[in-house]
Design a protein around this ligand. Structure first.
Ligand code: ATP
Ligand code: MG
Length: 356
C-alpha cells in the first residue's frame, strides 16, 4: 500500500468528540500494521472558524484538500451560523468539486444490537447506493405570482443518461465485488413519467452487461414497505438523490439509529478524494455531555480504510465494534447503557489492538 494522506475535519458539536475516538482507531492501525502508512492532518474548518474568518474554509481550501487521498468528516452545524452556510460553503463544495457522485450507506444489523423490528436471527446486510449529484435536488425551477392566490412553484428534476449510467454501473460493480446476487432499483416511473422512465431505461441497459446479477425494479412506495417487511432480501439498492435520501434514513432506523449509521461520499474513479462521515449531525443537545455514540464515526472510518484498499483492516474494525456491542459492557445511552463516548471508543480500539 502506498503512503496515504488523510484530512480530518472534526467540525462542530459532537463532531470533534466522536472524531477523537476514530483517531484512536487510526492510531492502532498505524502502530500495528507497518504497511498502513498514512499521514493524518487535522483541519479546523468549522463554525468557530467561520465566526473568526467569515468563511467556512480558507480561499484555497479545496486546493488543499485535493492533495489528500481521503477526507474523514465529523459533523457540522452551530446555532450561531445559518444552516445554508455550513452546508453550501463546506459540504456541498467538497462533494461537487471532488465529483463524489456516489453516496453509499451500509444497512447491516450488527451483532449485539436489538432493533425495534427484528430479532438477531434475521440477517440484514445490504447497501444503499444513492445518486449524489443530480436528480430531484436541483437549483432549477422557481416561483411565479408570488404572494397571490395564483402562486405556483416549479421544481425541476434532472436525470441524465450519463449520471444514471455511472451510478447504475457503480451499483452493479459493487454487487459483483461483494458477491451480491441482486440490484434493486428504486423508481416511480408509473407516475413520474419523464425522469423516472429514463432512469429505468438506463438502469435496465446497464443490467444487460451484468447477466450474473438480477435486476429488481420496485416503486418507491412499495419498496419502503419491503424495507420493513423483508429487509433480509436486499443486496444492493440503487436510487436517485431524493429516493436514496429517504431510504437511507429508513434503512438506518431499521438497524439501530443515527448513533450507528456511517456513510461514504465516493468518487469511484479515485481522481479526487472521497469523503466519509457519520449520517448524524452535530447534535448540540448532547454536545459536551460525553453521551455521543462514536460508532457511526468509527464505522465511517472503516469505510474509508476499505476505500483506501484495505478491506482486511476495515473488516477488523467492524468486527471489533460488534465484539464490544455483544459484550454490552460500555454502551452509550442511545444504546441503553451508561458508558461514555470515550469509554466506548477505548473499548473498540482495545479490541482492535487484540485482533490485529
Ligand atoms: P443536523 O441539522 O446537523 O442534521 P439534527 O439535530 O437534525 O442536526 P442530529 O444532530 O443528527 O440531527 O441529531 C438528531 C438526534 O439524534 C438528536 O437528539 C441527537 O442527540 C441524536 N444523536 C445524533 N447523533 C448521535 C450520536 N452519535 N449519539 C447519540 N445520539 C445522537
Ligand atoms: Mg438533521
Amino acid at each position: 500500500m502506498k503512503p496515504m494522506k488523510i484530512a480530518i475535519l472534526p467540525g462542530d458539536g459532537i463532531g470533534p468528540e466522536v472524531m477523537n475516538e476514530a483517531l484512536k482507531i487510526l492510531r492502532v492501525l498505524q502502530d500495528q500494521d507497518v504497511s498502513f502508512q498514512t499521514t493524518i492532518n487535522i483541519l479546523p474548518w468549522n463554525s468557530e472558524y467561520y465566526l473568526e474568518n467569515g468563511r467556512m474554509m480558507p480561499e484555497n481550501g479545496l486546493a488543499i484538500l485535493s492533495d489528500y487521498d481521503a477526507i474523514l468528516f465529523g459533523a457540522i452545524g452551530d446555532e450561531r451560523v445559518p444552516d445554508p452556510i455550513t452546508i453550501w460553503e463546506l459540504i456541498m463544495p467538497i462533494r461537487k468539486k471532488f465529483k463524489q457522485y456516489v453516496n453509499l450507506r451500509p444497512v447491516k444489523n450488527l451483532n449485539g444490537i436489538q432493533t425495534p423490528l427484528f430479532n438477531q436471527d434475521q440477517h440484514i446486510d445490504f447497501v444503499i447506493i444513492r445518486e449524489n449529484a443530480e436528480g430531484e435536488y436541483s437549483n432549477s425551477g422557481g416561483r411565479l405570482y408570488e404572494g397571490t392566490q395564483d402562486e405556483l412553484a416549479v421544481q425541476n428534476t434532472i436525470i441524465t443518461r450519463k449520471g444514471t449510467e455511472k451510478i447504475a454501473k457503480y451499483a452493479f460493480e459493487y454487487a459483483r465485488k461483494t458477491a451480491g446476487r441482486k440490484v434493486t432499483s428504486a423508481t416511480k416511473s408509473n407516475a413520474v413519467i419523464h425522469s423516472m422512465k429514463l432512469w429505468d431505461e438506463v438502469v435496465a441497459g446497464v443490467a444487460k452487461e451484468y447477466p450474473d446479477i438480477q435486476l429488481e425494479k420496485n416503486y418507491i412506495d412499495a419498496l419502503s414497505a419491503y424495507f420493513v417487511q423483508r429487509p433480509d432480501t436486499f443486496d444492493v439498492v440503487v436510487a436517485s438523490n431524493l429516493f436514496g435520501d429517504i431510504l437511507s434514513d429508513l434503512g438506518s432506523a431499521l438497524v439501530g439509529g443515527l448513533g450507528l449509521s456511517p456513510s461514504a461520499n465516493i468518487n469511484p474513479e479515485k481522481e479526487y478524494p472521497s469523503m466519509f462521515e457519520p449520517v448524524h449531525g452535530s447534535a448540540p443537545n448532547i454536545a459536551g455531555t460525553g453521551k455521543a455514540n462514536p460508532i457511526a464515526q468509527i464505522w465511517s472510518t472503516a469505510l474509508m480504510v476499505e476505500h483506501l484498499g484495505r478491506e482486511d483492516l476495515a473488516t477488523l474494525i467492524v468486527n471489533s465494534i460488534e465484539d464490544v456491542l455483544s459484550e454490552g459492557e460500555v454502551l452509550t445511552p442511545d444504546l441503553g447503557g451508561n458508558g461514555s463516548t470515550f469509554q466506548l471508543g477505548d473499548a473498540i480500539s482495545n479490541k482492535l489492538s487484540e485482533r490485529m
